[in-house]
Design a protein around this ligand. Structure first.
Ligand SMILES: Nc1ncnc2c1ncn2[C@@H]1O[C@H](COP(=O)(O)OP(=O)(O)OP(=O)(O)O)[C@@H](O)[C@H]1O
Ligand SMILES: [Mg+2]
Length: 783
């Protein structure tokens, strides 16, 4: 059974407990063609069973028509003369009876959206055809009468409904449209406790997210609202008649489902449905319904392009097409508590389906709005003018061709380079809790400039400002003609020997070549630098081998094998001998070891040896090590701890948050204040972490939510002007992750991909590794 609202898009389910339009099947009718005509050779019991089902369908349709007319029809319940104007709402529908195929698609998984239970068969198609034929306020039911479909009208429905009401048969819980049923339901949460883990996969991605997270989460803020979403419709025309007996076709349907689901998820989308109905087999993905402010048009276009290539190249389907549209759709829960679903509906849903219908075979068409929002990153061609049902006049749609490889970004990449670092960052704020640390660091810097080598540890929790403080010192060092060399390590690197020295040695080789050989510009890379230094006798062959144990590229495996079996102590001494040759000319020198992982024992060995010999061999040296957690210095290197500078970075306090906030908001006038409640809300949410304050402020400014209030002469949340204190806190999303992640949306998709890959394989990687990950594994939106 189907029911549609007249004159607008989307599917509305009549909310009667008995009718489940997308899931009606009848397994008690066993004959193959599903038709039962009077006089055929079927048993009377079967005929009776069928008659009963159809009677139930008829009752259900009558009640749906009646209830909708009574509650939403125009003219105070006089539904029959309601012509669909204003807020009035009429449904029409089709119903058919017969055998349907029910099957499962996907693979066992705990990830929502990975599996689907689908129903297909001619009764669905027939119901759809009848739905199209039915007039407003009418349902056509097939099978009730051998002569053909029987019409059930709104008038009859209203009579049934009134009659039921009189007899008290309408329980309040079935009152579908009461707003009550749209609020987050407690029962849906509590009843999930016992759900079998793998059953999750059968929930749509969106519905699952809705249920999984508590009502306190960000998605609960997004409940039942109009949201800008992009919709991808995939018409799988060669799967329209999947027969479970045809195992080959079923296998193909399964492969298609798995492939399209995977692509949707990897493009940040959600799987809405895979449907088999009167329009054939369709797969629907939604973008932007469950995430904050990504670019859903870009995601959806890339998704459509990847689906297109997967369907034609990998799955070798010969008949399919795709449509993509973008616009405000209602996103939220519909239905009573007992069988609510998360839906996305609106005219754009229809638009995507229509574009799919107009797209060339094995092609994709996107709407103008999608084109406008994605053209910066994707190349399109304009289609011929097309006309579609439900939209006046003809218009152009666009076919996506390729993804543009353009690197441009509003987001800034922090690249450490003493000449540029100043331009990239905002000024360092000497907050009171940072002053002590800054002072000790500056003292160490001056000390080393005078010729007494120093070692400094900067320790503090994530994002509290370690790097910022170190960079400030590095800038000062740069001004005092220091060479600053820096390396990053992550927890993944603590197993590679000498890893923290790798970047430093590479840069040192290049800078040494410039300094010692008087080159105009640095050699192309560390390999060229090492070669030059060798040619000019700055380094000996053995130095290349020694440095090669830190930077494998400068030597070869054969030479490296010479070092095998050496005593570790002797080896560290030898490496430091060679390192000194390239570090010494770079004095005064500041070495910075940044990162959040442990330092491997061999590197500790080098650090100890370096510091031990620095006084004689490289006295103007400052070595800075930063870490999120206290460092585990091996017992052999504890001598380092006796004479070092230690700086601990802690979360900032409320007053410092205020100072920081003023800087971020660009308040120069000292008389202008910051609203106390706004400060409280931000300080509280950021937990004393400057980075989070920065994110919240950027996010709020982006949304134009912070404004200057002239009366009070202070900066204030615009949303809180006439609200109470509670409102202020509610302005900021409850999940920091949403605020933090929204910053990534300013990056170009190319950088985005790189970031995703980097999050798996590390800070630095070869271009060909990147290529092979994007190209062959299809980890990211590729093309
Ligand atoms: N004193 C400060 N002045 C200006 N900005 C600051 C200050 N302290 C921290 N910040 C800002 O806070 C953010 C986080 O700082 P930073 O990157 O230095 O943290 P971190 O402790 O090095 O983090 P991680 O643990 O990830 O290495 C930066 O954007 C920085 O601009
Ligand atoms: Mg850092």
């Amino acid at each position: 059974a189907g029911a549609r609202k007249k004159g607008s898009g989307g599917v509305a389910s009549p909310d009667l407990n008995d009718s489940a339009p997308s899931m009606c099947w009848d397994d008690d009718v066993s004959h193959s063609d599903g038709t039962v005509r009077a006089g055929s050779k079927v048993s009377t019991a079967e005929v009776e069973a069928k008659r009963q089902s159809l009677d139930r369908v008829r009752d259900c349709c009558l009640r749906a028509l009646g209830q909708v007319a009574a509650e939403h029809g125009g003219g105070g319940g006089a539904g029959t003369d309601n012509k669909g104007g204003g807020a009035s709402f009429a449904i029409h529908g089709g119903a058919a009876h017969g055998v349907v195929r029910c099957f499962f698609l996907g693979q066992p998984s705990t990830t929502p959206g990975d599996c689907s239970f689908v129903v297909s068969g001619w009764p669905l198609r027939l119901a759809g055809m009848l739905l199209d034929r039915a007039k407003e306020g009418e349902v056509l039911i097939d099978g009730l009468d051998a002569r053909g479909p029987v019409s059930v009208t709104e008038e009859q429905g209203l009579r049934t409904y009134e009659d039921m009401r009189r007899r008290g048969l309408l329980s309040s819980s079935t009152s579908a449209s009461s707003p009550k049923s749209l609020s987050p339901s407690k029962s849906s949460k509590s009843s999930r406790g016992g759900v079998y883990l793998y059953a999750n996969a059968y929930l749509g991605t969106l519905a699952a997210r809705r249920v999984e997270q508590s009502a306190e989460n960000a998605l609960s803020l997004l409940l039942n609202e109009l949201r800008p979403v992009a919709i991808v419709f995939v018409g799988l025309h060669c799967l329209s008649n999947v027969d479970p007996k045809d195992s080959k076709l079923l296998q193909l349907a399964n492969d298609v489902f798995i492939s399209l689901t995977g692509i949707t998820h990897s493009c940040n989308g959600a799987v809405r449905d895979m449907l088999f109905e009167d329009k054939g087999c369709t797969f629907i993905s939604v973008f932007g319904a469950h995430s904050h402010e990504a670019n859903p048009c870009f995601d959806a276009t890339i998704c459509a392009m990847r689906m297109q290539s997967a369907l034609s190249e990998e799955l070798e389907l010969d008949r399919f097409s795709l449509g993509v549209s973008f616009g405000d759709c209602f996103c939220g829960e519909v239905g009573p508590q007992t069988r609510a679903d998360y839906v996305v509906m609106g005219t754009e849903v229809n638009m995507a389906a229509r574009l799919m219908g107009k797209a060339p075979n094995r092609g994709a068409l996107v709407s103008k709005r999608v084109y406008k929002n994605a053209r910066k990153h994707v190349e399109f061609v304009k289609s011929e003018e097309i006309t579609v049902k439900g939209k006046d006049g003809s218009f152009h749609a666009y076919q996506p061709l390729t993804r543009l490889r353009r690197i441009s970004s509003r987001g800034s990449l922090y690249i450490f380079d003493e000449t540029h670092s100043k331009a990239l960052q905002q000024p360092f704020i000497p907050m009171p809790s940072r002053q002590g640390g800054m002072k000790s660091m500056m003292k160490a810097l001056h000390g080393s400039a005078q010729g007494s080598p120093r070692l400094a540890f900067v320790v503090g929790g994530p994002f509290l400002g370690k790097s910022r403080l170190i960079r400030e010192v590095a800038d000062k060092a740069g001004d005092a003609d220091f060479t600053v060399l820096q390396s990053f390590r992550t927890s993944l690197d603590s197993d590679s020997s000498y890893f923290p020295f790798r970047q430093i040695a590479e840069m040192a080789l290049q800078k040494c070549a410039v300094r010692v050989l008087g080159m105009q510009k640095p050699p192309e890379d560390e390999v060229a630098a090492a070669k030059l230094l060798l040619e000019h006798d700055v380094l000996k062959k053995i130095d290349r081998v020694n440095i090669g144990s830190i930077v494998p590229t400068v030597t070869d495996a054969q030479l490296m094998s010479l070092l095998k079996g050496q005593n570790p102590k002797t080896m560290i001494k030898a490496i430091v001998d060679s390192l000194m040759k390239v570090l010494r000319p770079l004095q005064p020198l500041m070495l910075v070891f940044e990162g959040d992982g442990e330092i491997d024992p061999s590197s500790w060995g080098i650090i100890r040896e370096l510091m031990k010999r620095a006084a004689r061999e490289c006295p103007r040296l400052l070595l800075v090590i930063s870490s999120r957690s206290p460092l585990n210095v091996p017992s052999s290197a504890t001598s380092l701890l006796s004479n070092c500078v230690r700086v601990e970075i802690r979360p900032i306090d409320r007053a410092e948050s205020k100072t920081y906030l003023k800087v971020l908001l660009g308040i120069q006038d000292k008389t202008v204040d910051v609203d106390e409640r706004m400060l409280d809300a931000i300080h509280d949410r950021a937990n004393g972490c400057p980075l989070f304050i920065e994110y919240i402020v950027t996010w709020a400014l982006d949304k134009k939510m912070i404004d200057y209030n002239e009366e009070e002469n202070k900066m204030i949340f615009t949303a809180s002007e006439d609200g109470d204190g509670e409102d202020v806190a509610a302005v900021i999303p409850r999940e920091m992750s949403n605020v933090v992640l929204s910053a990534f949306n300013n990056m170009s998709p190319m950088l985005w991909d790189a970031l995703k890959i980097a999050s798996c394989i590390g800070y630095s990687f070869d271009a060909d590794v990147y290529e092979s990950l994007t190209e062959s594994l299809g980890l990211m939106p590729k093309l």
